[in-house]
Design a protein around this ligand. Structure first.
Ligand code: FAD
Ligand code: 2HG
Ligand code: ZN
Length: 489
């Protein structure tokens, strides 16, 4: 392939034939098939072949968008028999090249499987199809005085099934925990077409292995998630957002400790950004910084509180901020006065991923590190890029290496914003970044997964026995290897 010179199509997989198309046409309606040979040109399939960062691109000629679980079962059973490779796809917002084909794999999109199934306002359990867009699920829940226990910048496009398949973490993991805890049941179509369901879910159920966990974070390599049952949370009655400035990364840690202690049960997010993240975002969204002052600071922190009593939360946050400023840990700060200001402050955080990728390209690293070492990765990478003479104004290819992320979860996002994608930049960064993370006993993927980007680097975090166990599982449940090939397993 010209796109991936070091990866070759595995000829064990069959190439799509007219008989295959005839079969798909016999079980699906016209609205459920996009094929380049009948009416659709290859560009129309770009939306499905190409990832959000425009970094990875496959050449599939066929997208299937079935409207029922039974049809997905028939499709997978057929693909398994015929050895046709399949890429499950949700909202295609993944950031590691997991959601798009590498060669000609059939894209199985969950877009048309998008109904809320039921909601129980007493237990707070929501059951829905995998293809429901996260924001739609959250809006539905809000009408019923609840919220989805996960929130992220891609909520307008990503699917409930997609976030489960990646085990996305997002902005409120600190408060509501990971999907491994809040997902209570899944409905999954296995590669042979079997439908396995634990949707009749309960808060407590200790009857043997918790099988649904296998599919949370499997990135579509074991089966297709078609239904999700999840424990949702009561809608908070009071939300506050505060944006703070601090002098160095030491101070970020001090504010975190203080916030956990003094804001305690109402703390719902603790995010940080460095100065360069804010500079990139400022350029992209063309707005003034959150503070009335023009001055820029080395580090920024966004704190969100969610509680049930506005007066109580306001008082707590104000006391916290006053004492943080008196002791000079925090050098500047603001609290949103209304919903618009609150959304604006969040925007400064949520727009960083887009701002870092819109000037040509981006190399994204999503890592877990011990908190004391979290920001050191950004520093060593900046040094490395300067030494390699790659960072600076044009014609140097790298614009900036910025750091931000979910401090509360020990999760750093290092984004290297570039003017173009180039092997030279990639080879300067990889495996350097992974080696560094491994030397600090961190994880090379905190929340985005491994996908295609990190397929060769899993051993930097997982041991040989762990990798073997994963391969055994894969071999057992997907013996023909049709599910999302060429990715991490
Ligand atoms: P896709 O991108 O379509 O697919 C992701 C993976 O899951 C692929 O391997 C695919 O094959 C598989 N898959 C999808 N649906 C299914 C299914 N039904 N059954 C089986 N496999 C399936 N991630 C975070 O963790 N935290 C964040 O804060 C965060 N913020 C983001 C902000 C932006 C602006 C963007 C673009 C991405 C962000 N992400 C974040 C990345 C995150 O992984 C995705 O947004 C989300 O988890 C992917 O959901 P999706 O429906 O788009 O899945
Ligand atoms: C976030 O926290 C997402 O904003 C995306 O996980 C991070 O783009 C990134 O690197
Ligand atoms: Zn994140």
């Amino acid at each position: 392939s010209e796109v991936y010179p070091n990866v070759h199509r595995n000829n064990h997989y069959k190439k799509l034939s007219s008989d295959d198309l005839e079969y798909f046409n016999s079980i699906l309606s016209k609205q459920e098939i996009m094929y380049t040979g009948t009416g659709n040109n290859l560009q129309e399939l770009d939306l499905y072949n190409e990832d959000w960062m425009k970094k990875y691109k496959g050449q599939s000629h066929l997208v299937l968008k079935p409207k029922s679980v039974e049809k997905i079962s028939l499709i997978l059973n057929y693909c398994n028999e015929e050895k046709l490779a399949v890429v499950p796809q949700g909202g295609n917002t993944d950031l590691v090249g997991a959601s798009v084909p590498v060669f000609d794999e059939i894209i199985l999109s969950l877009n048309n499987l998008n109904q809320i199934r039921e909601f129980d306002p007493v237990s707070g359990i929501l059951k829905c199809d995998a293809g429901v867009i996260l924001e739609n699920a959250d809006n539905y829940l809000r009408e019923h005085d609840h919220i989805f226990p996960l929130d992220l910048g891609a909520k307008g496009s990503c699917h409930v099934g997609g976030v489960c398949a990646t085990n996305a973490g997002g902005l409120r993991l600190l408060r509501y925990g990971s999907l491994h805890g809040s997902v209570l049941g899944l409905e999954v179509v296995m590669p042979n077409g079997d439908i396995v369901s634990s949707m009749h879910s309960l808060r407590k159920d200790n009857t043997g292995y918790d099988l649904k966990q296998l599919f949370i974070g499997a990135e579509g390599t074991l089966g297709i998630i078609t239904g999700v049952s999840i424990l949702t949370q009561p809608k908070p009655q009071a939300i506050n957002v505060s944006f703070l400035a601090v002098q160095n990364y030491e101070a970020v840690q001090k504010v975190f400790v203080k916030a956990k202690k003094e804001l305690a049960e109402i703390l719902s997010a603790f995010e940080f950004m460095d100065q360069r993240s804010i500079q990139l975002t400022k350029k992209h969204i063309e707005k003034d910084t959150p503070f009335p002052l023009e001055e820029e600071y080395p580090f920024y922190i966004l704190i969100e509180t969610s509680g049930s009593n506005k007066a109580h939360d306001d008082a707590k946050l104000e006391t916290f901020l006053e004492s943080a400023m008196e002791s000079e840990i925090v050098i500047d700060g603001t609290i949103a006065q209304d919903e618009t200001e609150l959304q604006n402050l969040w925007k400064w955080r949520e727009m960083i991923p887009e701002s870092s990728q819109c000037q040509g390209g981006v190399y994204k690293y999503d890592v877990s590190l011990p908190l004391k070492d979290l920001y050191s990765l950004v520093e060593v990478v900046n040094k490395k890029l300067v030494e390699a003479d790659l960072l600076g104004s044009a014609p140097k290819p790298v614009i900036a290496a910025v750091g931000y992320g979910h401090v509360g979860d020990g999760n750093l996002h290092l984004n290297v914003a570039t003017r173009l994608y180039s092997k030279e930049i990639e080879c300067t960064l990889e495996p350097f970044v992974y080696e560094y993370v491994s030397s600090k006993h961190g994880s090379i993927s905190a929340e985005h997964g491994l996908g295609f980007q990190k397929k060769n680097y899993i051993s930097y975090t997982k041991s040989e026995p762990e990798i073997k166990m994963m391969k055994d599982l894969k071999k057992h449940y997907d013996s023909n290897g049709i599910m999302n090939p060429y990715k991490f397993i």
